[in-house]
Write a protein of this length. Structure first.
Lengths: 374, 940
């Protein structure tokens, strides 16, 4: 009972300290509002405004038709270059795609000779190159067939494939990115707040002061966990409602309560990570360097940047131990696909287990570091 | 440039003042540190500026030394306006300045010799001069034995001596020492002063200005400036001042000089004798020892303190006082020995013991961001006082400690004296039997100190509270019932102060203390010579008495200070210094090398856009040979698609899509086979998981591709003549990366990010760190130019960047198997310019960030965002528009990424990369120029 009271009083103190640190408050507000918006609407993996050029050696009506088929916003207005400039322009990175239409293209097509049309792709621009070349192929095929239809009758296709995208029918990338941005901010800020709280208390000497009072290190740590966790939880809720739901208009398919239950589980891991880093670093500066390494790794491997399935098999086993990966995964299930507890209990269990294990370990380390503090 | 330095006649106190101060006012925000001071300081003598902490002494000294920027007024030093940069540069070599704080301007990772040598290089001594001068000075200060020890591992007194050597290395005419002996043990203090006397003996013309908070020290100096609250109270010789105020010593004199309202209520402290009674032991320690590694902080301390006694612990910083206290409070478990409070053993973590304890730590340790009231209430709650009792107790304490007027003020905003009273109020809130106070009065002015002691005496005599207090003020020691003198972890003697003085036949406690210290050193020397241990450099505080060698004479000649060679020398001195520091700082070193390799691996393996093995399920509602043939085409499309067990219903299909078990479901309608045979063109529905947009788009493309190939391939059975006829043969040429694997594009791009992020952060930290720790003062007060400073610091980081480049290249070649197809030599050249530019970005951010944490985060955000968004890592620069396009076109990473991709994957020759090289080469001087303009040569 006394212990619980201690945790509550110390946690309230923690909240007061946080509120009085204007820089940190501004940072938290920025991170959960503007930063989310910018990340969600910034660069996209979709093909957008792609630079394209044509080397038209045919100069026929069909080739003009093909060139006119490419227009903004998906492609930039195509430029016409001469065939011998293709390589040099690609080398300089002027265009992502250059389409070369050979001489007598339309003529050969009409004669049923299936003429070649060459699409040069800068394959070092990975994300856009693959999808973009797909678009180009489809557009060229469609234009050719509709062009030919105008002149002669052709039959319907024997089989049609209709693709329907579920959960995000129009493929709006901000839906996915906004949630990944929130997840990244939860990771970063929980670690920063909790770790900074530990270091600040140690640097100011107040930690020693607390330790000569009848308080245990468990109570001191728990107070930091609930207070900082609560701040992040509130910020997350506000961000989800204001930025993601109201501004970006991302629909929430599943249960909000269920998702927040998952967030709470994840916070165990993130606060523990903060305590861990705050304990092992001797100064704020070291802490800042460590955070950059740790948080970048967590963000990149969580599956929020690129799909987890694309990682090498051995790395997938390693990242299976990262709570961040399961967080991204169950967030997708709940928020977009509307999955219930039956769909996510495995991820919940994993986040809870790893989070708790690390939490217990960090507490033990925290206690030990205090015992030998000089 | 003034090359004549020691030409003035060194004839004692000349009539012209060495420093003349006129109407100087200095503010920090709203706080007025100096309030319209005017003062002429006579030259050629020893001048003391006395007053407690926070009265503006340090500000005044920094202004005189030219290290702080003048706000208002005029200070003339050595016949010129110190606000004039040209004059500063000219007289800089004649002034030596040692800032406050033990070893504040030392580099703690550097050895004693390197520290002094570094200063000598900055002042342009030739290598021969340095080789002669540095050892001479070290010998004269008794530091010769410790020349190779890192400055961070010295005791406070020794650090101050190293600082003094650094200050004296260039034979200054004006020596400015800011509180050089605060926190130093009495013996070292005495040695320090005799050293100054010796030096002055050798250079009679030298003027010395010293500040101190110990009034007794100033007693012997030639001329005193007494300061309080940013104003000068009085000036004159100590004798004059005491005569004027009719007092016996400077401390009393100082109190008498204070304005009336400050003195009000102050009276001489009277300590009533302790009531004789049965002596119950409150604190007992037996053979208490604490070791940290091989270093013994506390060495067999035995003591017993009676209830109600005021027991003092006297000693210098780092002598083991605080460690002893921590063992008594249970904060730190002893390595050996036992501690008991009221007969019960102190176990680390014992709650009962803690309830009986009140503790006040060295630094102010309450929550500065909470108000006085909130601090008191928080502690009442943590001690679980019932609310009504807590309120009564708080009211009582507020009344008695005079905190009533400040209840709503933030604790951090209180003046020192009040803060200490609040700390004490918090410490006694729960009515403890024992109070343990660790240097409660450092930095508190004499009046506030006396009122604090009145409270302590009251607690001891009226309430029987046992008080254990540490201090380095001798006159506070005199107020204790008993004291123990501590040095180097050992108690030298313990008794009542009077008896200790009598036992040594000394005239003061200080002399007695010094006597005990000398005995201990002699004793140690005897045992050591008995052990025949010829050299024991691990002995911590074995400060030998200074050798009687006269201080070295000034060098016979000086070389021209303006020479390019000298500038280069200073530049290299900074490079050398920086290189040693980073090699000895494990965290930064690890960040520099392991950090980039780790991130390279994570990026290389973790960021990949190769979507493969997409799990899909079939919902075949037809089950005809045709439907099976159609599905067969998809499962054969390896490695893109991987078939999973079929779904039985659309519900099950949806559920599996929801739980991410599959990413696509192919739904074949009933009568598919029949419709196909009839030529009715049946529709197959592919339901694709679009939650992760990039993956969804890719899956859609793959599905379309498989389907279209089927229509054209006669062998599939689904092709039609018309589909084959009217189509062009679209030939895709994946330039530079024929297999279209993302590793060939990601791996060469990542170095552009890492060689920007890591060198920029390290560079900015190295400069901001100096600002934060104070060693940047060496740059302020030496003739070092801005360009020399920046370039000197940059060189080691450019080298680190290049080493990183080779590490990253090796990883790309060996681990990821990405070959270099283009011109590697051009890439190396490009990298050299690139890291010079990226360290330049770190320099620029260092000009506007004040703390290391801010520097790291600001630099990280400023470098990561444009590099990822606008330099072509994720999105080709050619597709950027508007502002993003502009940023992309001037951001160095854009050009390096093009060069790196060009050299690795695209196989571009030197010619195509040269444009990038040229742009980066232009960036270097631009960034350097901005940093030079932004870097201040004086503290604000």
């Amino acid at each position: 009972m006394n212990s619980l009271l201690n945790i509550i009083w110390l946690g309230l103190k923690e909240l007061r300290s946080l509120v009085s640190d204007a820089v940190l408050v501004v940072f938290v507000v920025y991170a959960f509002t503007l930063a989310i918006y910018v990340q969600a609407t910034g660069t996209s993996s979709e093909v957008n405004n792609a630079s394209i050029a044509f080397a038209d050696e045919d100069g026929s009506a069909l080739s003009k038709e093909l060139i006119n088929a490419f227009y903004p916003p998906r492609f930039k207005q195509p430029e016409i270059i001469s065939p011998d400039e293709v390589q040099a322009d690609m080398d300089r990175g002027r265009f992502m795609f250059v389409v070369v239409i050979p001489p007598r293209f339309e003529h050969d097509l009409r004669a049923g000779r299936n003429p070649d049309i060459q699409v040069n792709i800068d394959a070092t621009a990975m994300q856009q190159a693959g999808i973009g070349s797909g678009y180009i192929k489809n557009i060229i095929n469609d234009r050719i067939s509709s062009f030919m239809k105008r002149t002669e009758e052709t039959g319907a296709k024997p089989v049609n494939l209709v693709v329907r995208k579920l959960f995000n029918p129009n493929g709006v990338s901000s839906w996915f990115k906004s949630v990944v941005a929130i997840i990244n901010q939860i990771t970063l800020l929980t670690v920063v707040l909790t770790g900074a709280a530990v270091i600040r208390e140690r640097e100011h000497g107040t930690l020693e002061h607390l330790l000569v009072m009848p308080l245990t290190s468990f109570e001191i740590a728990m107070a930091k966990v609930w207070a900082n966790g609560l701040v992040i939880l509130v910020a997350t809720a506000a961000s989800l409602l204001l930025v993601v739901h109201m501004v970006l208009k991302v629909p929430f398919a599943g249960s909000v309560v269920l998702w927040f239950a998952g967030v709470v589980l994840y916070l165990f891991f993130a606060t523990a990570l903060g305590i861990f880093l705050g304990t092992i670093s001797r100064s704020m500066a070291q802490f800042a360097l460590l955070i950059i390494l740790v948080v970048l790794v967590l963000m990149l491997l969580s599956g929020g940047s690129t799909p987890v399935e694309s990682q090498p098999k051995w790395l997938q086993y390693v990242t299976y131990l990262l709570p961040a990966r399961h967080f991204v995964s169950f967030s997708q299930v709940i928020i977009y696909r509307g999955g219930g507890l039956t769909a996510v209990w495995r991820q919940f269990l994993m986040v809870g287990a790893v989070g708790m294990g690390f939490f217990v370990y960090s507490l033990a380390l925290f206690r030990k570091s205090i015992a030998v503090s000089k | 440039m003034v090359s004549a330095v020691s030409t003035e006649s060194p004839a004692g106190a000349s009539s012209r003042p060495v420093v003349s101060i006129q109407d100087v006012t200095h503010r920090y925000g709203k706080v007025v540190a100096l309030d319209g001071i005017s003062l002429d300081v006579p030259s050629g003598i020893m001048v003391g500026i006395v007053g407690p902490d926070g009265v503006g002494k340090s500000t005044l000294m920094a202004l005189v030394a030219g290290s702080k920027k003048m706000q208002q007024g005029r200070v003339t030093v050595l016949d010129g306006d110190i606000a004039d940069a040209r004059h500063r540069r000219a007289v800089g070599p004649r002034i030596a300045y040692m800032p406050q704080g033990l070893g504040k301007n030392l580099y703690l990772e550097l050895s004693v010799y390197d520290n002094v040598d570094f200063m000598a290089r900055l002042f342009g001594l030739s290598p021969e001069e340095r080789k002669a001068r540095v050892p001479e000075l070290l010998a004269a200060t008794g530091l010769g034995k410790f020349a190779e020890r890192p400055a961070g591992k010295l005791s406070g007194g020794m650090k101050q001596k190293v600082g003094l050597c650094g200050a004296l290395v260039h034979d200054p005419d004006l020596l400015i020492l800011d509180e050089p002996t605060t926190g130093v043990d009495p013996l070292s203090r005495r040695q320090f002063w005799s050293l100054i006397d010796d030096i002055r003996g050798g250079r009679p013309g030298m003027s010395v200005i010293i500040s101190t908070a110990y009034m007794d020290e100033a007693q012997q100096w030639d001329w005193i400036v007494a300061m309080d609250a940013g104003r000068v109270l009085a000036t004159g010789t100590p004798a004059e001042l005491m005569e004027r105020s009719g007092t016996q010593n400077l401390e009393q004199c100082f109190i008498a000089l204070l304005p009336e309202e400050k003195r009000r209520g102050h009276k001489e402290i009277v300590i009533p004798p302790r009531a004789p009674g049965k002596a119950e032991l409150a604190i007992e320690a037996h053979g208490l020892t604490r070791r940290f590694g091989t270093f013994t902080a506390v060495d067999h301390v035995t003591l017993s303190i009676e209830r109600g006694e005021i027991f003092g612990f006297l000693g210098s910083n780092g002598c083991g006082k605080s460690t002893t206290m921590k063992m008594l409070t249970g904060l730190l478990p002893p390595t050996e020995g036992t501690a008991k409070l009221f007969g019960s053993a102190v176990d680390a973590g014992s709650m009962e013991v803690r309830k009986n304890l009140g503790y006040m730590t060295q630094a102010f340790s309450l929550y500065g961001e909470l108000s006085v009231q909130q601090n008191l209430v928080l502690h009442a709650r943590l001690y679980h006082l019932p609310p009504d009792k807590a309120k009564a107790r708080i009211d009582e304490l507020v009344e008695r400690f005079g905190l009533g007027a400040h209840l709503e003020a933030l604790a951090g905003d209180l003046p020192m004296g009040l803060r200490q009273r609040l700390s004490l109020a918090v410490a006694v809130l729960h009515g403890p039997q024992i109070l343990i106070l660790d240097e409660p009065t450092s930095g508190v002015d004499p009046v506030a100190r006396d009122s604090f002691w009145e409270l302590l005496i009251d607690l001891s005599r009226k309430q029987g509270v046992t008080i254990f207090v540490t201090t380095h003020f001798m006159n506070e020691g005199m107020r204790c019932d008993r004291i123990s003198l501590m040095n180097a972890g050992r108690v030298l003697a313990a008794d009542s102060p009077q008896k200790l003085i009598e036992a040594r036949n000394a005239d003061s406690l200080e002399t007695a203390f010094i006597g005990y210290m000398e005995d201990a050193i002699a004793e140690k020397a005897r045992t050591e010579s008995k052990d025949a241990a010829a050299k024991d450099t691990t002995a911590k505080d074995a400060t030998p008495a200074p050798e009687a060698a006269p201080p070295p004479p000034p060098p016979a000649h000086r070389v021209d200070r303006a020479g390019l060679r000298l500038r280069l020398g200073r530049l290299l001195a900074y490079s050398h210094n920086e290189a040693i520091q980073i090699l000895r700082d494990k965290v930064r070193l690890a960040f520099a090398f392991i950090g980039s390799a780790l991130l390279m691996l994570v990026f290389g393996f973790g960021i990949t856009t190769d979507v493969e093995n997409i799990r899909f399920a079939a919902l075949d509602m037809d089950q005809s040979p045709e439907s099976r043939a159609y599905l067969e085409q998809f499962s054969a499309a390896k490695p893109y698609f991987a078939l999973t067990p079929p779904a039985d219903s659309s519900d099950e299909a949806l559920r599996r899509l929801q739980s991410d078990d599959v990413s696509m479901v192919l739904e074949i309608p009933p009568r598919f086979g029949l419709d196909f045979r009839r030529g009715a063109g049946p529709e197959v529905l592919a339901q694709v998981d679009g939650a992760m947009t990039f993956r969804g788009d890719t899956v859609e493309q793959y599905a379309q591709a498989v389907h279209n190939r089927m229509l054209r391939d006669p062998a599939s059975g689904f092709s039609s003549a018309s589909a084959r006829k009217d189509t062009a043969n679209i030939e895709e040429r994946y330039l530079y990366n024929p297999t279209f694997e993302s590793v060939y594009s990601i791996v060469p791009s990542v170095p552009a990010l890492l060689l920007l992020l890591i060198p920029a952060i390290l560079m900015t930290v190295s400069i901001v760190r100096e600002k934060e720790l104070g060693s940047i003062i060496n740059f302020y007060v030496t003739p070092t130019g801005r360009l020399e400073y920046l370039l000197g610091k940059q060189l080691p980081y450019v080298a680190i960047g290049m080493v990183n480049f080779f590490i990253l290249t090796a990883l790309a070649l060996v681990v990821f198997g990405v070959p270099i197809k283009g011109s590697f030599l051009t890439l190396i050249l490009c990298t050299l310019f690139y890291v010079a530019a990226t360290t330049g970005i770190g320099m620029v951010t260092s000009t506007f960030t004040g703390s290391q944490v801010a520097a790291v985060f600001v630099t990280a955000i400023l470098t990561i965002v444009p590099t990822i968004q606008f330099s072509g890592l994720l999105q080709p620069v050619s597709t950027l528009q508007g502002g993003a396009g502009v940023v992309g076109s001037i951001w160095p990473a854009t050009y390096y990424m093009h060069a790196s991709l060009g050299a690795f994957t695209k196989g571009l020759g030197a010619g195509l990369i040269l444009r990038d090289v040229a742009f980066l080469a232009v960036c270097v001087p631009v960034l350097l120029g901005i940093s030079v303009i932004g870097l201040r040569k004086q503290e604000k």
